[in-house]
Design a protein around this ligand. Structure first.
Ligand code: ZN
Length: 410
């Protein structure tokens, strides 16, 4: 997607003082004269910023403002090694809330809504981001945080929450619990704003139908503010992204070259206004594509597709690259298979073995389902898999992001 004049101007303005303010970029761009970056073409010659660079800057190496201007930090979860710490100025916190308010507005949330927030608070950017945006909008926030399903449901009934904010796996857990307890008629939810965890169409339909809500995908990452930098609209065809705060590129994850608009690649983000920790050409590892053309909803902000996977989710088995999104898609077409699955990859007797665990919907024949899944896997992914059909609810549900692929080979 072409860099617009506003974005180019913002980048040039930022570059005037970037090295002076940021030790991180003064080192990273040591041999580069940023005054010579005058066009989109010049910009695309700049090196990428990687998560590893950010980890190396732990704890506060990314800070690009004097101490007195930092009002808060957030940190990525750090499940794999050193976490990344991102400092925010008062303006950064405000800008994030403005973007998040825009997300709620895009989803049709109004000051009359009651917004039930289940993502975690604390170092994680999720809970507080959902809250700040809803407060800016003027809605009533119910700041639950994660866990304690009994209390979640009680508050949801008593306060008549109308908007549920959750990860897809927690939304599914709540939907299943509501169905199990037969309390659907006491729930007033109308909309679900669901974190950007990649999720299949089948899971989506189950949550939407069991909760009786319209769902919106919200996108973001801690390194770039947090959730709230993009969201899907009523047309449900990709997510609108806020290109007045951020510049987005999509590149071939292997070569780093820009792909054609509409082609799938890795999303790369540059902050245009971020003060506490500006990031230039940050590799998100999220796979998506630009959706060309205007959206029928009338919103002029550009769109990316729902996140199709992570570059690091891809596993190679028997020479074939497999993305979890392919398995999601395959399951959508198999009657009797639920949206929940896990993949185990092992290496036994010199051979890679892939086992797919799938939950079965009630009332289907198990061995017929296994046969169907085996054939569908071979046809759509291209290799043989062991299929293990399990009962509904046997696979773990998580309040955070669900891990579906376990590679036990190394
Ligand atoms: Zn739209």
């Amino acid at each position: 997607m072409k860099m617009n004049d506003y974005q180019l101007k913002a980048i040039k303005e930022q570059f005037k003082t970037l090295k002076e303010k940021s030790d991180f970029y003064s080192r990273k761009f040591e041999t580069i004269d940023l005054d010579l970056i005058l066009s989109e073409e010049d910009f695309k010659k700049l090196p990428f910023t990687w998560k590893g660079d950010l980890r190396d800057a732990y704890p506060l190496g990314l800070q690009a403002v004097p101490e007195e201007e930092v009002v808060r930090i957030h940190s990525s979860s750090g499940t794999t090694g050193t976490p990344v710490i991102i400092p925010y100025t008062r303006q950064d916190v405000e800008d994030w809330a403005v973007m998040f308010e825009r997300c709620y507005q895009t989803a049709g949330v109004t000051p009359l809504d009651r917004v039930h927030i289940t993502p975690g608070y604390g170092l994680w950017t999720a809970g507080i981001g959902f809250q700040a945006g809803a407060e800016k909008l003027g809605a009533m926030v119910v700041p639950m945080g994660p866990g304690n399903t009994n209390k979640q449901l009680q508050m949801m009934m008593d306060l008549k929450s109308t908007v549920l904010c959750a990860t897809s796996s927690y939304a599914l857990l709540l939907a299943e619990e509501i169905a199990k307890r037969g309390i659907g008629d006491k729930i007033s939810l109308k909309k679900g704003v669901i974190g950007s965890e990649r999720w299949g169409e089948k899971m989506r339909q189950r949550i939407a139908s069991e909760l009786g809500v319209q769902l919106y995908d919200i996108y973001g990452l801690t390194e770039i503010y947090g959730p709230g930098i993009g969201i899907s609209c009523d047309e449900d065809c990709g997510m609108h992204i806020w290109d007045d705060y951020l510049y987005f590129e999509i590149v071939n994850p292997k070569t780093g070259e820009t792909v054609q608009d509409g082609e799938i690649g890795e999303l790369v983000i540059t902050t245009l206004k971020k003060q506490g920790a500006p990031l230039i050409r940050y590799r998100t590892h999220d796979l998506t594509r630009f959706i060309p053309g205007d959206c029928a909803c009338g919103c002029k902000y550009p769109r990316i597709d729902t996140i199709l996977g992570r570059t690091d989710d891809m596993v190679k088995v028997k020479g074939v690259n497999i993305f979890p999104s392919q398995i999601d898609e395959m399951l959508t077409k198999i009657e009797g298979a639920s949206s929940e699955y896990q993949v185990m990859i092992d290496h036994l007797d010199g051979k890679d073995i892939l086992t797919l665990f799938v939950e079965q919907e009630d009332g289907f024949n198990k061995s017929a389902l296994e046969e169907n899944l085996k054939e569908a896997f071979k046809n759509s992914i291209g290799i043989d898999a062991n299929i293990m059909v399990v009962s509904m609810g046997d696979l773990p549900r998580s309040e955070k992001k669900t891990t579906r692929v376990f590679d036990n080979r190394y």
